[in-house]
Design a binder for this molecule. Structure first.
Ligand code: GLA
Length: 358
């Protein structure tokens, strides 16, 4: 249903924000390290108007569900927790937010590791910024989105997803230093496009071991006497850490080095090698892959015209990203998906960066 049909009034503003796919720098953001995501063509749209009563009303087109939130409500479950979290963090920052009608629609795949939640947060925050003329820049929006996710969805996420949704575009890679929030838009390697395939294994970040990995990294940093694993000067410094902290730290340190290497301009083939190494490290040292992701990544890596492939996002299910020869994404997806049938899982094509919709 359109906004008008749901709320019997027209919206005041409409805003959108993209999902993201990460090419390199997995689980480095909460270690204050470096990441290299890009925006995907799929977007979330938020339309916002004034509520006629003292409640917020939040409608999702895809779920065909409306959630009414009274001023005394606590513990909002499901999709509405994200836009509600955005309203609450703006209030905490000192902005008065009147009761609102919010209408959400999205083509970002949900639960596949493509940051549908960050897209929802940034679309909502952009809409609120324009509706209420809030003096917030794009980096501030990303910080607020991250706070909303941490406080209202219970995920101790880093800032990569919200920064990518707020600042990246599908034609560039976003190099981001997550400690200083310095960033730079870089071109894709020549002759390449990005392909994203879903493994068919759903993942939920809050229910996964994500928060546990974060705690392990913090424990490793404490034992090494550094503020964050980004500050470990030399991989030899981790030799005395107990397992699994030693492997967790090794992943983070080598992954940061891969992002910094990829920041230099390089061929698609060289970039692909770094992606392959990233996957091996996520699988063997960080323990966030699954047999299905490994099998899909292997099919991709063995396919001609694929430069490199890895799981993307947090892992524990979800999607794989590959760097492939420009113009070949669709044919490669077809060939790989026809070979991929682990335990009756069904993979699917999610994104080709050069096409408008996956
Ligand atoms: C999720 C989190 C990000 C990041 C990735 C792993 O997407 O939201 O902050 O930690 O996992 O790279």
């Amino acid at each position: 249903m359109e906004f008008q049909q749901v709320f019997k009034a027209a919206p005041q503003v409409q805003a959108s924000a993209p999902g993201r796919v990460n090419l390199l720098g997995e689980h480095t953001d909460y270690n204050e390290g470096f990441v290299l995501p890009t925006a995907i063509p799929q977007q979330t749209i938020a339309a916002i108007g004034w509520s006629p009563d003292n409640c917020h009303h939040i409608y999702s087109v895809e779920l065909a569900e409306k959630v009414d939130i009274s001023p005394t409500a606590t513990g909002i479950p499901g999709f509405a927790s994200y836009p509600y979290g955005c309203i609450k963090v703006l209030e905490q920052a000192g902005y008065a937010i009147p009761p609102l009608n919010l209408w959400i629609t999205s083509s970002v795949p949900i639960g596949a590791g493509l940051s549908s939640s960050a897209a929802l947060e940034i679309a909502t925050l952009r809409g609120l910024r324009s509706l209420l003329h809030l003096p917030l820049d794009d980096v501030s929006l990303a910080r607020l989105g991250q706070q909303a996710e941490q406080q209202y969805a219970g995920v101790q996420c880093g800032i990569m997803d919200q920064m990518a949704s707020s600042l990246a575009d599908p034609k560039h890679l976003l190099f981001l230093d997550t400690r200083h929030l310095d960033y730079q838009l870089l071109p894709l390697p020549d002759g390449a496009e990005i392909l994203v395939l879903d493994s068919g294994v759903p993942r939920t970040l809050a229910g996964s071991s994500y928060n546990q990995r974060r705690a392990e990294c913090e424990a490793a940093a404490r034992q090494l006497g550094v503020k964050a694993l980004r500050d470990v000067p030399d991989i030899r410094a981790i030799g005395n850490l107990p397992e699994p902290l030693q492997r967790r730290a090794r992943h983070v340190i080598t992954e940061n080095a891969r992002v910094l290497e990829a920041r230099q301009s390089m061929s698609a083939r060289q970039f692909g090698h770094l992606m392959n190494a990233s996957h091996a490290s996520l699988r063997d040292d960080y323990d966030v892959s699954t047999p299905e992701l490994d099998s899909l990544v292997k099919c991709l890596q063995e396919t001609p015209q694929v430069f490199g492939a890895k799981l993307t996002g947090a892992g524990f299910g979800g999607a794989c990203v590959a760097l492939v020869a420009a113009g070949e994404g669709r044919a490669i997806a077809q060939a790989v998906l026809s070979q991929y049938h682990p335990s009756e899982r069904k993979g699917r094509l999610l994104v080709i960066s050069s096409e408008d919709r996956g």
